[in-house]
Design a protein around this ligand. Structure first.
Ligand SMILES: [Zn+2]
Ligand SMILES: [Zn+2]
Length: 272
């Protein structure tokens, strides 16, 4: 009985932690778009269509379900940890300096590769309906779509944590930095307005994705599958050819000026 109570309290703590991070990131991004930088953001809107309350309600509801899945996988992770299969450490001196410095980029690179291939897999016609349909109901995504997943996608995304934690020892702060970068980056990609400065896609940081990059994925489906970086899409030839042009137009305020500039006609919604 005590064991079950322990598991329930781990589940609830895990749920609260993920819920806090999701609410924090989605609220910060929503406020940035609709309040703090409203005029600047309105000029940089990527679609004419606006998400409505129904869209946001659906995105939040499915995100709650995903957070419940994350919490369940969190319980499994803590059982694995009690078996000594997971090594999160507190003392920087436990591992060499080079590992302390390189472990965060290593986790981000691994997560990026995992996301790209899992995401491409979920677009397979046999898997799409059960794994990925819910996420693509957000035709005009908002920051609240960050965890708007079908159950299958939620599980696939959640198991990355125990897998990577079994693979490599990580400092607790490195892990925390990773989960915060992940959720903030995720909400940013779904913000619907381009945050990155002019010239981003023509400069040395072009290997990092932009809101345009992921928004185009929501508009057109078959391309731009990457999360943090553009590498995999470029290596695999899945980046939309006009991605950079669309980015340049977005930061120039081109779409916000178009009277009927809704780009959704490019999407293939018959698959949903
Ligand atoms: Zn998305
Ligand atoms: Zn997709």
């Amino acid at each position: 009985m005590e064991f079950l109570l322990d598991l329930a309290s781990i589940w609830s703590e895990s749920f609260q932690r993920d819920l806090f991070r999701y609410l924090l990131a989605a609220t910060v991004l929503s406020l940035a778009v609709s309040l703090l930088f409203r005029r600047w953001m309105n000029r940089r809107r990527l679609q004419k269509r606006r998400a409505n309350w129904k869209d946001i309600r659906r995105e939040v509801s499915y995100s709650m379900l995903t957070i419940a899945i994350f919490a369940t996988v969190g319980v499994i992770t803590s059982i694995l940890r009690s078996w000594g299969l997971i090594h999160l450490y507190w003392q920087w001196s436990d591992y060499p300096l080079w590992w302390n410095l390189l472990s965060l980029p290593a986790v981000l690179l691994l997560h990026d590769a995992y996301f790209y291939w899992a995401h491409r897999g979920m677009h397979h016609p046999r898997l799409f309906r059960h794994f990925h349909r819910v996420h693509h109901l957000s035709r005009t995504p908002t920051p609240w779509a960050a965890y708007s997943f079908s159950v299958g996608e939620g599980v696939l995304m959640a198991i990355f944590s125990p897998l990577v934690l079994m693979l490599m020892p990580l400092h607790v702060l490195v892990w925390l930095a990773f989960v915060f970068i992940m959720i903030f980056r995720n909400t940013m990609l779904h913000a619907g307005c381009e945050f990155h400065p002019k010239g981003w896609v023509d400069g040395p940081l072009d290997f990092m994705t932009t809101t345009t990059h992921h928004d185009l994925h929501h508009q057109r489906f078959r391309g731009n599958y990457g999360f943090y970086f553009t590498w995999w899409d470029r290596w695999m030839g899945t980046e939309f050819k006009d991605y950079k042009d669309v980015f340049r137009q977005a930061v120039d305020g081109e779409f916000s000026r178009q009277a009927d500039g809704n780009r959704l006609e490019n999407g293939d919604f018959s698959k949903i």
